[in-house]
Design a protein around this ligand. Structure first.
Ligand code: EPU
Length: 446
């Protein structure tokens, strides 16, 4: 099992390019099930979750071929409709195949995704949306079994207790594209990854209006063509490297920075004293920015929200950053109230954190000090690496396989900016680590 040894206290400087978005790529890959024509996706990094989605699609009769900085997909055998537990358990995002498979193959069996390290993550909204389009859905033997001769457009409300659902919107939108007649999705997720999916589907012949707003209007079509699509840059990876620059008081240029998708984050950066200066780029989703920061950072108050609010996927990284600010910050998690596995680990590094329910008060002004810490999910791991970059002395971040799900060779990227991060292998994992690895594979966080 790999771990990172980080020598903290080095200012980062240099230039890197932001990789393609994992959370955009997964539903885009699943959308290949909507056509029998080739779907070429570019700007995809070989992350663990991308490989898992490739395995799942191959099992569903898709020919999956690696291509230059991407993947080529073609659905060949439409009789295969069972997304099995052994793959779904490794990655919650497997649920993305449900809508596309049902719409085109008329039947889909998808193993019900389980909980994850940061709480119960139901799929009721996905199912409610597909039922509104006429799907018959039952749960049997741990599987979601969905069928429909042809889906029929209707009005669907996708709001839940924590707002809309990103993958639920992707699922229902993908299914509605091939439904008969008009579908209106109210309370649709506005996340940029949903927009990327809508753009690709429209380029394949779909008729989706309103992507990026809470109301989607979709006129069903009979079939979709193939496509060659470049996946949007990863806004969470971009935000993470911006924090890496800020937390080390560095000076870093980021190419392909999806500026327009990070306005809430950039606003908090400004309050804290982190400058994200747009250097060039006509496309607001692919700019070059320069990230610098003031020597003494200020505190802030952050509440995570659905897009365009501050993203839950950057909450842990931002918490690491305000640990080194002067004064008290308050962070409230409104999407996943239990997503705080990083809190205890940051405290091991000297952070002064006080949690009550979904809120953490960060008493800044102190110092982070290197320590051995345990990564427990993708974004929590990222926050521990960031804290390690700023900490005095050596930090060991164990179980970095979580990190590898969403960041492509993060240590190489950071080292290219002057960090000292070594990836090392534990010769013989301790028994509890082996157990943790298999549990994590089962809980699967994406
Ligand atoms: N929810 C329901 N019912 C549902 C679906 C969701 O109550 O049927 C609740 C969830 O429990 C949560 C909220 O609604 O409280 C939002 O969940 P959502 O469905 O939007 O999450 P998701 O689509 O499963 C994606 C990302 C997550 C990201 C969330 C929120 C992918 C592959 N995953 O998950 O990314 O946190 O949206 O923005 O796109 C990550 O990358 O680290 C990650 C966890």
């Amino acid at each position: 099992m790999d771990f990172f040894r980080i020598e903290g206290g080095r200012r980062l400087s240099g230039r890197i390019r932001i990789e393609g978005a994992k959370n955009a790529a997964l539903p885009l890959m699943a959308a290949c099930l909507l056509t029998d024509q080739p779907v070429m996706l570019r700007n995809i990094r070989p992350l663990a979750d991308i490989a898992n989605m490739g395995r799942l699609l191959a099992d569903l009769g898709v020919e999956v071929k690696p291509a230059a900085s991407g993947v080529s997909l073609q659905s060949m055998d439409e009789n295969r409709v069972h997304a099995r537990y052994n793959i779904v358990r490794t990655m919650r995002a497997s649920i993305c195949v449900l809508g596309p498979m049902l719409a085109r193959r008329k039947r889909a069996i998808v193993s019900m995704p389980g909980g994850c390290a940061f709480g119960h993550r139901p799929v009721d909204l996905h199912l409610r949306g597909l039922e509104a389009l006429g799907a018959k859905i039952e749960l049997r033997g741990g599987d979601i079994i969905a069928s429909a001769d042809r889906l029929k457009g209707d009005t669907v409300f996708l709001g839940g207790p924590f707002g809309s659902t990103v993958l639920g919107t992707a699922n229902v939108m993908s299914a509605a594209v091939l439904a008969k007649g008009r579908t209106v999705i109210e309370c649709a997720a506005c996340e940029p990854e949903v927009v990327d999916l809508a753009n690709m589907l429209n380029a394949m012949g779909a008729r989706i209006l309103g992507a990026g707003s809470p109301r989607l209007v979709i006129e069903g079509v009979d079939e979709l063509a193939g496509i060659d699509h470049v996946v949007m840059p990863d806004r969470i990876v971009a935000g993470t490297y911006a924090v890496a620059a800020a937390i080390t008081n560095g000076d870093v240029m980021l190419d392909d920075f999806p500026y327009d998708s990070l306005l809430a984050t950039i606003n908090h950066f400004r309050e804290i004293g982190v400058h994200v200066q747009r250097i060039s780029g006509d496309d607001p989703m692919r700019c070059t920015v320069r990230v610098t920061s003031e020597r003494n950072l200020k505190p802030t108050t952050i509440t995570t929200q659905p897009h365009p609010g501050f993203p839950t996927d950057l909450q842990a990284q931002m918490m690491a950053l305000v640990c080194v600010a002067e004064g008290n910050s308050v962070i409230t998690e409104k999407i996943y109230p239990e997503r705080f596995m990083h809190v205890a680990e940051l405290m091991r590094m000297g952070a002064q954190l006080y949690r009550q329910g979904p809120t953490v008060v960060v008493a800044g002004g102190g110092k982070l000090i290197g320590a051995p810490v345990m990564a427990s999910d993708l974004r929590a791991s990222a926050s521990l690496v960031l804290a390690g970059l700023a900490a005095e002395g050596e930090t060991i971040v164990n179980r970095v396989y979580h990190l590898d799900r969403g960041y492509h060779r993060m240590e190489e990227t950071l080292n290219a900016l002057g960090a000292r991060v070594e990836r090392l292998k534990e010769e013989k994992p301790a028994l509890d680590d082996e157990v943790a690895a298999s549990t994590s594979a089962v809980s699967g966080i994406v």
